[in-house]
Design a protein around this ligand. Sequence first.
Ligand code: PMP
Length: 467
Amino acid sequence: AIATEQPIAVQMLQNRHACIGANLSVSYQTPIAMLTAYETYMVDIDGRHFLDMVNNPMHVGHNNERVNRAIFSQFERLNTNTRYLYENLGSYANALLACLPSSDCVTMSTASSRPHFAVCYFVNSGSEANDLALRIARCEAAKHGRKGTLVLSGGYHGHTTALIDVSPYKFAGKGGSGCPPNVAVAPVPDSYRGMFRGPHCAQAYVQELEKAADRLGSQFGVFLFEAISGCGGQIVPPKNYVRNAIRAAHARGAICIADEVQHGVGRTGHFCAFESVQLEDDESDGIELPDIVTFGKPIGNGFPLGVVVTTQALADSFASNGMEFFATFGGNPVACAAGLAVLGELKEKNLMAHASQLGAYLLSGLERLQANHACLGNVRGKGLFLGVEIVHAVAEPESTTPRPHRVLARYIVNRMKDQYSVLLSTDGPEENVIKIKPPMTVSMRDAGYFLASLDRVLGEGPVALAG
Ligand code: PMP
């Protein structure tokens, strides 16, 4: 049983338990009944304000005026499906495609005047986007007799039946039924606690990826990955990894899908995280592009919207068997209005640069805290997509592998909420990674308050003892 201090919340919890599936958990030991939200803050039914350091779908801020106005005014005029003509479907698709890297900056591809990413499909969630991306990729791969999909350990790509089968986070975890046939798993390149460590382990992880791909052999058709594993524990790959992983998959004839659902749309300082991570590689002349990119969560600022972006060649291949693609609500005028307003905010408020600057400030602040708090085993991230790995401070004598400390991570997250009104969450297969991915409206002052609060919580007796 979960306790809550708010009497109305007790009633809400009871109603929820009575009629909502029990496998949908609530956040926090003492759940919060929320009433409203603005910018980087949420307000509960008692009027208590919380600093939201984790709600990444509210990308350009809770209750963003521009996005709200765009949604409401479009809804008042017209909402319908994509079989009618309306102006903002094309204008949104074009605006979005313009945000993606083009083939001008690709190292390997042949020069072409047509942009690499040329076609959009609109759906209603990240899961729908990944499901459709798989369908597009598998449609082409099947033409070459390839039915196998390669994924990274700890990865989560969505809740549909097809996506559970390519999400080790689910199939290898509680209640999962193991790796399905035609799926291979390569180790996520975790340079802190993984099988290879340190800043120069990219090649070793790429070799593991090649081994996993070779287990699929001639069946290897699709490589689905996140540039920075989110549910896997905010794992930033070592430099050169993503570039060489895409190259290795392409060299074996596979189609690469970059799942940008959690960290895409500018959070890492560039529109896509696969760009951000490659900009630190040894090679500096452009980046290696995937064939399909998926977006969700932040792209509609809370309005249900998912997008698949791909090349003209894959879109043509997908259309070539004559089967229609249609999603009733996908790309409706209201969704396009929301999406356009998000891109407008991102650009006009210079939020990608802001994410880089504040992210660097947070990362260096966390590194400073590490010096005094040994349970902060590793701090990492890009832009406003950060993670803090909580570990037992003293490694087991027989092992140098830091031991994850799930109980302490959970304690810190609950304490930050109860004592300092800061919202965070934990993730990763061991649930010991504290996630930091606030709305991009987060200010320097908010970041300072967060760091000071974390310092105090970490200095408390129970944390010191547990460490
Ligand atoms: N991909 C990734 C990387 C995700 O983190 C998620 C959601 N956690 C999804 C896909 C699925 O998105 P949704 O829950 O909106 O369907």
